[in-house]
Design a binder for this molecule. Structure first.
Ligand SMILES: Cc1ncc(COP(=O)(O)O)c(C=O)c1O
Ligand SMILES: N[C@@H](CCCC[NH3+])C(=O)O
Length: 422
């Protein structure tokens, strides 16, 4: 696919829930049961290509945390993106998926000792990996372990953006060295390591004018900083990820080309390469969560559709009040003609917040209906838990390969004393 095609109307910038092949989703739910994540690996590859087309001169790193599955990582690697990893576990996954050290960046946030130990140990075999460090203490802890390799300094730009206050990292003191001290920390790091870049990240889910303005501010600040410390001595200036996708059916898609142009303009002329590290943009619209209605309960205010997925499978609505499109694949435009009404799609967990929507106008559900939850590819399976001793769901590719087995009840207890021995 050419860059021109990727920018054109033939390849819309986001796949809406309504565009998924209903028959195929029904087949997969029939074969693999629910709750079930379905991941379209071709879509992941297209999204990577779209990013590369929008940022042709930049280093595009995939923020692995959005979806760490092996098949996704392999697809991203083949599509030419690098890997930005938030933990030793993610670094391990990147290596296992075939990323060479030179394409792996470990962004260490208050790194536990075990993570540092592991990464320094792997550095022997992968001497080109980069460690991004957001505190002087972390530099000292790396030096204590004998590390003197590639380092990038993470800066707190004092500018946050994103879909919810809990994900606006750019203004939270936890992340990065304060902007005013960044030059000093870089100078200290240069005495002990090979400083290859500087980094900042505004937050996740940049969408809309205010977020874009914050992103531009951050980029401009990073450009200034790079020039102050000597951009000709840096390989890259990483301005983070966070590119949003539309979760509401009628939200416009982000104009990625316009974001890319604004990014380059705000950065100004630099010898160092621009780097970006999107996660959500790569995988969100490549995934749906399928869940079946098991209980229908009319109440005066709403019809409760009790489903077999819950906040343990997809946490975002409970954690951020996040909106996800929901389509009944057996009713309305996808199935039988049905009346619509306010519907609350609720999971099986004993928490009031365990709903995917509250009183949303949807076709009135019947027991056994199959529902699809859209944009579930990013931070979906990744944030799944076994709370209420619920086994985690299975994941299949749209082509039908099992990517992650469904966890069993025995699997849930196998780590504890007296637990099941699978
Ligand atoms: C350091 C860093 N880089 C990249 C990302 C990716 O964000 P997103 O998935 O919104 O693109 C995150 C998450 O917010 C992050 O913390
Ligand atoms: N988990 C968040 C994104 C946070 C990204 C990590 N910095 C979400 O689902 O929107």
């Amino acid at each position: 696919m050419s860059d021109e095609q990727l920018r054109g109307a033939e390849n819309p910038p986001i796949r809406r829930l309504a565009e998924w092949d209903v028959e195929r989703l029904r087949e997969l739910a029939g074969e693999h049961d629910t709750p079930l994540y379905v991941t379209d690996l071709d879509r992941v590859a297209e999204n990577c290509a779209r990013l590369r087309a929008a940022f042709p001169d930049a280093d595009v790193k995939y923020a692995v945390k959005a979806h760490t599955g092996r098949a996704v990582l392999e697809t991203v690697r083949e599509a030419g993106l690098d890997a930005e990893c938030a933990s030793a576990g993610e670094v391990r996954r990147a290596f296992d998926a075939g990323f060479p050290g030179a394409r792996v960046d470990y962004t260490a946030v208050n790194p536990p000792a075990r993570d540092l130990d592991s990464v320094v140990e792997w550095w022997d075999d992968h001497p080109d990996l980069t460690v991004t460090v957001g505190a002087r203490d972390t530099l000292d802890r790396l030096a204590e372990r004998g590390y003197d390799g590639r380092v990038c300094v993470r800066v707190n730009p004092g500018v946050g953006a994103g879909h919810h206050e809990k994900v606006r990292t750019g203004a939270a003191p936890k992340f990065g060295v304060p902007y005013d001290r960044a030059a000093e920390v870089v100078a200290d790091a240069r005495d002990r390591f090979e400083v290859v870049g500087v980094h900042a990240h505004a937050g996740s889910g940049i969408h809309g004018e205010a977020d874009l303005a914050a992103h531009r501010d951050l980029v401009a600040r990073m450009g200034e900083l790079a020039r102050e410390i000597g951009d000709d001595e840096l390989e890259f200036v990483d301005v983070g990820g966070g590119f949003g996708v539309p979760y509401h059916e009628d939200d416009p898609a982000l104009d990625l080309d316009a974001v890319a142009d604004a990014t380059r303009e705000a950065l100004g002329d630099l010898d160092a390469t621009l780097a970006v590290e999107p996660g959500r943009y790569v995988v969100a619209d490549a995934g749906v969560l399928l869940t079946r209605v098991n209980t229908v309960k009319p109440t005066p205010e709403t019809t409760v559709a009790g489903v077999d997925a819950g906040m343990t499978d997809l946490l975002r609505p409970a954690m951020y009040d996040a909106y996800h499109a929901i389509r009944n694949l057996d009713a309305g435009d996808a199935g039988d003609a049905r009346e619509t009404g306010p519907v609350t799609v609720a999971g099986p967990i004993c928490e009031t917040g365990d709903t995917f929507c509250d009183g949303r106008e949807l076709p009135l559900p019947d027991r056994g209906d199959l529902l699809a939850v859209g944009n579930a590819g990013a931070y979906g399976y990744e944030m799944a838990s076994t709370y209420n001793s619920r086994p985690r769901p299975a994941e299949v590719s749209l082509a039908g390969d099992v990517l992650r087995e469904r966890e069993t009840l025995a699997g849930v207890t196998k780590l504890e004393r007296g637990g099941a021995d699978e």
